[in-house]
Structures are given as C-alpha cells and as structure tokens.
Design a protein around this ligand. Structure first.
Ligand code: PMP
Length: 362
C-alpha cells in the first residue's frame, strides 16, 4: 500500500483503501463498457446493477425490514432538515426536537420555518457535553415525531441507548456521523437519514430509510422533488441520481460485508475509541475530554489541552508527523479526532503515541 495520511477528518473523511483501489481499477473502463461509470446513462443496465447492489447491500447489512423504503437522495442531511417537516409535520401537529448539538439546532430551526416545532430536551446549557437521559423525555401533545441526532460530530457525544417512545410517535434520527458504525434495530425508528460523506462514501448522496406507513399522509402540495413518495415510487431514479457517489457507496457496503458486517465494525470502532479515551484519561489532566464519559462518541473524540498555545503547537506538530484533521470545531475548541469506519486501528495507535510524546515533552 502506498503511504497514506493519518486521516482524522470530520467529513468528508477517510474511505477504505480497498474501495479506492477498486474504483481506480474500474475508473476509465467500467465493466467493459469502454467508459467510466460517470459517463454511463443512469438508465443503463450497468448502472442499474450498481444502484440495486447498493440498495440490496444496505438492506442486508442492517437487516432492514420489508416495510421500509431505502432512498438515495441529494442535498445532504441539511435538505432532510427541511424535507422532514415538509413531509411529516401536519399543521395540527408539533415537531419535537431533542437538542444535542449544532446539527440538531439546525434541524429544529428549519422545522420552525415550516410548522410548529419545539425543543423538548437539550444539553445546550453545558455546551452539549452529554446526551440527556431518555427517562427525561416528555413529548408534547400531538407530537408529529421526535427527532434526534444520534452522534454529535462537533461535540463528540453519541446516543448509546435510544429512547423508547409510545408506539404512535415516530422516532426520526439524523445518523450522518454514525450510520453503519454499529448494529441497530431499524424497527425502532420511523426514519433514519445520513449524508454519505463520513461512513457511507463520498459527499453527494444522502441515504434515507423510511417506514412505508410514514408515506401515507404526505401533503400533495409540496414540490414533487421534495416529496418522499416521488423517490419511493421511482426507486430513487426520479431524476438523475449522483451515480458516482452511489457507486462508491456500493463498494463501501461491499467492504463492510467483507469485514464481517456491523458486529465486527462495531467492535473495532469501540477498540479504536478505547485507546484514544484511555490515553486522554491517563494523561493526568493534560488532555481534557469534552464529553461526559457515558455519552462519549465512538466516532468523534473531542478533547482540549491546557492552553490555546499548546493546542496550536499540538496541531502544528501533528501535521508535521502526517496527522490530518485534528483541529477541533470552534464551538468546542481544542482537538477532535474523527475515527470513522475506514480509519484503521493503526492510525489511532499512532495518534496515541504522538499524544503521549507530546504530553511528556510539554
Ligand atoms: N448532521 C450531522 C450530524 C452532521 O455531522 C452533518 C455534517 N457534518 C450534517 C448533519 C450536515 O450534513 P450535510 O453537509 O450533508 O448537509
């Protein structure tokens, strides 16, 4: 394997090397068509096989029940912030949002432009350093749905147990930064969605998994392309889909299957996160974790250093050593290591070695 950066980018982020290699092999002549996949018609049989493979593999990996649609959309997770209330927030209902970070806030803000939407639980007061207890969840009367962000990319917190809602309230989750990172019982959710650019593939495609009964009462007045029914009815081929992103997604899904599926991926992610949190916890306070321990993310490890100066030095020296993407988001400060599925254990080990040396030297 050629030398690759230790890529800790928050998204777009590391892709599996095997996937990139396969894409490279197939780049200029996809399956003897004499052209790249990007040059093929989205109505061709060659593309159709890629499209179906991605849908099938996602269904297999997550064991998605038959009564769920799997959709490939565009516009990123951000468009879902608007599409969800447009499709599911009837005028006599209330969108219920759990705020665990900047992305949940954005989802709520967007919903408030469309209908009656409120925050029902939040950890904003402590700069989103924990996931609220499900037992404190009190949905409003006439809740259209409860929306949560399963992993908070910026703050480094993650839901480890999802709330159990009364059966008639749909639970909707933005899983942009932890989709495909662990096993999940899909049937607990009415909808799951994620922009692809962390664990699924390149930017450009957004995956939505939606329970079919949610599609029954969508108002016919919303624009055609924003209506989930449109995409469900046309097998996500209503208009030209982001074919290359879906192709890479199909390779990433194949990779996940070859690794042994989500059980194996989940265990590996826990080990990767474990070495990093261990390093932070054993640093005698040199590295301070942002997230409370029971809310720690296995995808984004956030921590601060004793001073702004040391943080700058840490980032600069880490860059010299080949580490990329370790600067934290400005709303938390400090550092963040994003260790999505494609980040190997060895990169985390290398980072821990660097962190220990840096601590001793400073
Ligand atoms: N939700 C979460 C949890 C995210 O991490 C991000 C992007 N980092 C978004 C939503 C926004 O996604 P997009 O850029 O695909 O619109």
């Amino acid at each position: 394997m050629m030398k690759r950066a230790y890529n800790f980018n928050a998204g777009p982020s590391a892709l599996p090397y095997e996937v990139l290699e396969k894409a490279q092999q197939e780049l200029v002549n996809f399956k003897d068509t004499g052209m790249s996949l990007m040059e093929l018609s989205h109505r061709s049989k060659e593309y159709d096989q890629v499209h179906e493979k991605a849908l099938l593999y996602l269904r297999e990996i997550y064991q998605i029940p038959e009564d769920y649609e799997v959709l490939f959309l565009q516009g990123g997770a951000s468009l879902q912030f608007a599409m969800i209330p447009l499709n599911f927030l009837a005028s006599d209902k209330v969108g219920n949002y759990i705020l665990t970070g900047a992305w949940s806030e954005k989802a709520l803000k967007e919903a408030q432009k469309i209908g009656n939407s409120v925050s029902i639980l939040s950890s904003k007061d402590t700069n989103y350093n924990f996931i609220p207890k499900s037992s404190e969840l009190r949905p409003t009367e006439n809740a259209a749905y409860v929306h949560l962000t399963s992993n908070n990319t910026i703050y480094g917190t993650q839901w480890h147990d999802f709330p159990e809602l009364q059966s008639d309230i749909p639970l909707i989750a933005d899983m942009s930064s932890d989709i495909l990172s662990k096993e999940i019982d899909i049937s607990k959710f009415a909808m799951i969605y994620a922009g692809a650019q962390k664990n699924l593939g390149p930017a450009g495609v957004t995956v939505a998994i939606i329970k079919k009964d949610m599609l029954a009462n969508i108002p016919a007045t919303i624009p055609t392309i924003l209506n989930y029914q449109t995409h469900a009815k046309s097998n996500s081929l209503y208009n030209t889909p982001p074919t290359y992103s879906i192709y890479i997604l199909s390779l990433v899904l194949e990779w996940v299957k070859n690794q042994g599926g989500l059980k194996v991926i989940e265990k590996r992610n826990a080990e990767k996160a474990g070495v990093l949190y261990n390093c932070i916890d054993q640093s005698n306070g040199f590295y301070t974790p942002h997230a409370q321990s029971d809310s720690r993310s296995h995808m984004n490890i956030t921590f601060t250093l004793p001073s702004e100066e040391l943080t700058k030095k840490f980032i600069a020296e880490s860059k010299e050593q080949g580490f990329v993407g370790l600067a934290g988001h400005r709303s938390v400060g400090g550092c963040r290591a994003s260790i999505y599925n494609a980040v190997p254990y060895e990169s985390c080990e290398a980072l821990v070695n660097f962190m220990e040396k840096f601590r001793i030297n400073n």
